[in-house]
Design a protein around this ligand. Structure first.
Ligand SMILES: [Zn+2]
Ligand SMILES: [Zn+2]
Length: 285
């Protein structure tokens, strides 16, 4: 069990003064002196923000990719270059071609760029871990592996396809989350949460064997969620009863307001520059 986890949001759709904002997500974690980078954002914000926030990417022990979308994998090449000896945890499907197709709009390529994919494949085999099932990175720090999609109301949250014609929907099988086992329960970290928050949290509770949820932080991708899905998500959160929920990135403004009304002050919107330490009694700005 870990008592002291430092979490700092390096990249988000919103940013504190003096930091770069972009549609993307990246989080710096420090647990027992181990430094882990979870996602890299879209590419422009990570390096300047990490420098401003004095998070030295050369020191990271591991890079974890939540999934292969461009807004999470856009600075992989920069990280590979800076962090010469870190391990990389990633699902093999993170490299598949993928598109977002809104009605009436041309298909948008939202895959990991070739440049970043090549950088990842240039890393020696002994430092890359292809994640196919739940596994630990270190004692008390886990990666979910692919998340079973069990809840009837949870979908990937957008018009995602594997081909530009929109014939094959993209189930985003590579979507993964992380967890940290603290003495107050699980801290769960999501990238875009394309698997759905209920599916994600229930999977992690099952595989970790830890029932208590201390906090959730990350993109929740509820931007297109129905009222029923939002209500189910809030109902599940009330049952888990976490001390904090920090929705970020792709959660959606309306969904964030909905969560705040339903769950109160423990819901705090994240932004680049936001940070806290889980040994604090409360999470506050
Ligand atoms: Zn995203
Ligand atoms: Zn995504």
């Amino acid at each position: 069990m870990v008592s002291d986890v430092q979490i700092r949001i390096l990249v988000d759709n919103r940013a504190d003064k003096g930091l770069v904002e972009e549609h993307g997500f990246s989080v710096w974690l420090e647990v027992f002196g181990r430094k882990i980078l979870f996602d890299t954002g879209q590419g422009k914000a990570l390096l300047p923000n990490a420098d401003t926030m004095e998070c030295n990417l050369e020191l990271i022990d591991a890079l974890v990719l939540s999934h292969g979308h461009y807004d999470h994998s856009g600075a992989v090449a920069d990280v590979v270059q800076r962090a010469g000896s870190s391990r990389i945890f990633c699902h093999a499907n993170a490299f598949v071609p993928r598109y977002s197709i809104e009605s009436g709009e041309p298909p948008r390529n939202i895959a990991m760029s070739l440049h970043n994919g090549e950088a990842l494949f240039s890393v020696p085999d002994n430092r890359v871990r292809w994640v196919t099932r739940p596994r630990m990175i270190a004692s008390g720090i886990g990666i979910s592996g692919p998340i079973p999609r069990l809840h009837p109301l949870e979908d990937t949250g957008g018009p995602f396809f594997l081909d530009p014609e929109g014939r094959h929907s993209d189930p985003i099988r590579d979507d993964m989350a992380m967890w940290i086992e603290t003495d107050r329960g699980l801290v769960i970290l999501t990238g875009c949460c394309h698997s759905g928050l209920i599916n994600t949290v229930e999977h992690i509770r099952a595989v970790s064997g830890v029932e208590k949820v201390y906090g959730v932080i990350g993109g929740l991708h509820l931007v297109n969620a129905s009222r029923d899905r939002l209500e189910s998500t809030c109902h599940a959160l009330r049952q888990w009863n976490p001390a904090f929920v920090v929705p970020c990135h792709c959660t959606g403004e309306e969904a964030q307001s909905y969560l705040r009304v339903a769950l109160g002050e423990r819901v705090i919107s994240g932004y680049a520059g936001f940070g806290f330490n889980t040994s604090q009694k409360t999470v506050s700005l």
